[in-house]
Design a protein around this ligand. Structure first.
Ligand code: HEC
Ligand code: HEC
Ligand code: HEC
Ligand code: HEC
Length: 370
């Protein structure tokens, strides 16, 4: 094509691969840099400082995931209350079998029934708890879903009233059915007892060394939620004393396994909230409650709240559920924990206030409308 070039090329045999690769790489670098400058760094991170400067206490996340909203917020249904004028007939006077919501006016009672339907059974509608009969039959307690819901209403009222220090820790956020259910009959991230998960040998425990969802897919123990969020077992494994003198067969002595179980729980907690350990701890002194962030205190309340939810509300419902709702191994009742509400976010529904419109769910007493 270019005879002068072919001739010159033949007479001057030069290896151009080396220079070509260098020039190509340099131009490629310039091209990528130009892309980053014009479109932005796709893996940019943002970090939230959680402790004093210079201690490395910060939670780092990709900007893309920080700015993407929790997808279930878009489907959230809410409606402002009807402020009663006084003198209205109440649900307990109108209906046959209202045991918890008796102090609501008819408008507010129906408003709440509509919302519960949107939050828990949008596909099945009222029939999920009341069956296919007409409105006259709605007083019947034949369906387990209705009996469970009545207890769920009481549990939600109790959480908002008595665990206000957790669910309104930073601002009014609160909890309603949607916090856990998100439009599903059975909430995501519930849990059952699953241990033993492996064979027990001399010196080896049968509750670990198998990757399970409760061990956060590590070899750590799979009974952390059971011990700490149901059985009231006390955390507190870190000691500044020598362990040499202690006898591990003494039940008060913390063993390596308690340490691993604590770590299993802490991994669960971190994953439930989408944070790392220094969101709550100063990692130079995990044991020291004097060097923690305010979120550590919020978690302490959260642990007691979850223990109460499980023991006083969810476990006693065991015989009310049909067998297919019970645990696969021990046929135990479904239980809740941090992730059932948080779903991987620092605050459920990213801090959306879900209680302002629902005074009926904010207290175990008669609702107060303002
Ligand atoms: C998730 C379960 C659930 C859904 C869905 C539901 N309800 Fe209810 N409903 C209940 C519970 C629980 C009670 C009893 C409340 C109490 O004891 O205080 C009740 C009671 C009632 C009563 C009073 C019946 C009586 O005579 O005692 C009426 C009326 C009612 N609901 C209407 C509706 C309507 C209309 C819908 C659909 C828009 C609906 N409910 C959807 C759980 C549900
Ligand atoms: C703290 C989390 C949480 C909140 C808040 C909550 N629930 Fe539940 N709910 C659960 C758990 C856990 C179960 C057991 C799951 C199962 O049935 O397998 C459950 C089960 C149910 C069921 C039985 C569903 C089925 O198909 O077995 C109904 C109905 C229900 N809840 C209604 C409600 C209503 C109504 C509210 C609000 C007043 C509410 N829940 C609030 C956690 C919650
Ligand atoms: C949301 C806050 C929070 C996060 C995140 C968190 N922790 Fe904790 N951690 C706590 C609280 C609260 C306690 C104390 C519980 C108690 O004493 O009942 C604790 C206790 C501990 C203990 C036991 C201390 C002792 O006194 O024996 C260790 C060890 C620990 N955490 C390690 C971790 C590690 C490792 C991570 C990250 C994987 C982590 N934590 C993430 C709140 C948190
Ligand atoms: C019943 C639902 C529910 C459960 C279960 C729950 N939380 Fe929360 N949690 C909330 C709500 C709602 C907030 C938001 C409070 C606010 O920002 O005002 C919150 C806030 C927090 C915060 C403070 C976050 C911040 O930005 O300051 C921490 C830490 C926390 N929860 C840890 C936990 C841990 C650990 C568990 C399990 C032991 C748990 N939570 C269980 C509902 C729940």
């Amino acid at each position: 094509m270019l005879p002068w070039f072919s001739k010159w090329n033949k007479e001057n045999p030069t290896d151009i691969y080396g220079p070509a690769v260098i020039i190509g790489a340099a131009l490629g670098g310039v091209f990528v840099a130009a892309l980053l400058v014009s479109w932005g760094q796709p893996y940019a991170t943002e970090s939230m400082q959680t402790g004093p400067r210079g201690t490395g206490m910060s939670v780092t996340e990709y900007k893309a995931s920080v700015t993407a909203p929790d997808p279930s917020i878009a489907d959230y249904y809410s409606e402002e209350p009807y402020i009663p004028e006084g003198g209205e007939e109440l649900a307990k006077d109108i209906y046959e079998n209202v045991q918890v919501l008796g102090d609501l006016t008819e408008d507010n009672f129906n408003r709440l029934m509509t919302a519960m339907t949107q939050w828990v059974s949008p596909e099945q509608g009222c029939a999920y708890c009341h069956g296919d009969g007409d409105l006259e039959t709605y007083g019947s307690d034949d369906l387990y879903t209705k009996v469970v819901s009545r207890r769920m209403i009481q549990m939600t009222q109790n959480i908002n009233e008595n665990w206000d220090g957790h669910v309104n820790a930073n601002a009014e956020v609160g909890v309603n059915c949607y916090t856990c259910h998100r439009g599903q009959n059975v909430p995501s991230d519930i849990w059952f007892k699953i241990t033993p998960v492996s064979d027990n040998f001399e010196g080896w425990s049968s509750n670990q060394n198998r990757a399970t969802s409760i061990s956060q897919f590590t070899s750590l123990p799979s009974d952390a939620l059971e011990k700490y969020l149901l059985d009231y077992e006390v955390i507190g494994v870190h000691s500044l004393e020598s362990r040499v003198a202690e006898n591990p067969s003494d039940p008060d002595v913390k063993t390596w396994q308690d340490t691993e179980r604590t770590y299993s729980l802490m991994n669960y907690v971190s994953n439930s909230l989408g944070v790392n350990c220094v969101f709550c701890h100063n990692s130079r002194a995990f044991y020291d409650a004097g060097q923690v962030t305010p979120q550590w205190g919020t978690e302490m309340l959260g642990i007691s709240m979850v223990q109460e939810m499980n023991n006083d509300y969810l476990v006693p419902l065991r015989d009310t559920y049909p067998p297919e709702r019970l645990g696969p191994i021990h046929a135990d009742a479904p239980k809740a924990a941090c992730k059932t509400c948080h779903k991987g976010y620092q605050q459920p529904m990213q801090g959306l206030n879900v209680i302002a419109d629902w005074p009926e769910l904010a207290t175990t007493e008669a609702p107060v409308y303002e």
